[in-house]
Design a protein around this ligand. Structure first.
Ligand code: ATP
Ligand code: MG
Length: 187
């Protein structure tokens, strides 16, 4: 089985901004710059055949390029085992992209969990003993004004995730540049 997900990659300028943020947070395990991404759809464990179908679904997406901004910080999950993630400023075209991808996957009979799309970029992971509620709240407050961007959305990528003791490693399997097919958005 192949563990896979669709995500956006981040430009170097944004990776630098996130690295500076990580350095300013006194707890947790920062994600390495090459692992930073914005997940659009988590596929989970797939057979090669189903992954090929997902690949074909993504190839039919052709919206016009746009951009998003990272904004603010949030705790996802509990301080003892969650993650600290950067939020994403509201952008209807990003929601439309995630929705378009989902519906194309559904068209290939690949059903994803019905949870709401919550765009974010995980910046560090927490484990028990790293920080208590109060410290996390203080740090989130201190960095509430975090901004990074722009993140040009000129395509998306299919990643394979290799889980390992030292944390997951991601491998880009395919890249889908956005080439508007007829001058109109085609999410
Ligand atoms: P680890 O699970 O070892 O902590 P990881 O979360 O980085 O590592 P994966 O679990 O393979 O690696 O996840 C790959 C990407 O998909 C990450 O961005 C992760 O947040 C996201 N993801 C994983 N599981 C889900 C899920 N059930 N729903 C939505 N997104 C998910
Ligand atoms: Mg995970």
């Amino acid at each position: 089985m192949i563990r896979a997900f669709f995500a956006l990659t981040l430009p170097d300028a944004v990776l630098d901004q996130i690295e500076r943020l990580q350095a300013a947070i006194p707890f947790g395990r920062p994600l390495a710059p090459e692992n930073l991404h914005l997940t659009l759809a988590f596929l989970g464990e797939m057979t090669p055949e189903t992954l090929e179908a997902a690949h074909e679904a993504a190839e039919t997406l052709a919206p016009a390029p746009f951009a998003v901004e990272l904004r603010g910080l949030e705790l996802m999950g509990r301080p003892s085992g969650g993650v600290i993630a950067a939020g994403v400023a509201e952008e209807p075209r990003l929601d439309a992209l995630a929705k378009g991808l989902r519906s194309r996957l559904a068209g290939m009979r690949i059903q994803l969990p019905r949870e709401r799309f919550r765009p974010h970029v995980t910046v560090l992971r927490l484990k028990p003993g790293d920080a208590d509620e109060a410290l996390v709240a203080r740090i989130l407050g201190r960095h509430a004004g975090f901004r990074a961007g722009p993140v040009p959305v000129t395509g998306l990528s299919l990643f394979r995730s290799w889980l390992g003791a030292g944390g997951a490693r991601y491998e880009e399997l395919a890249r889908y540049p956005f080439v508007p097919m007829d001058g109109r958005d085609n999410f």
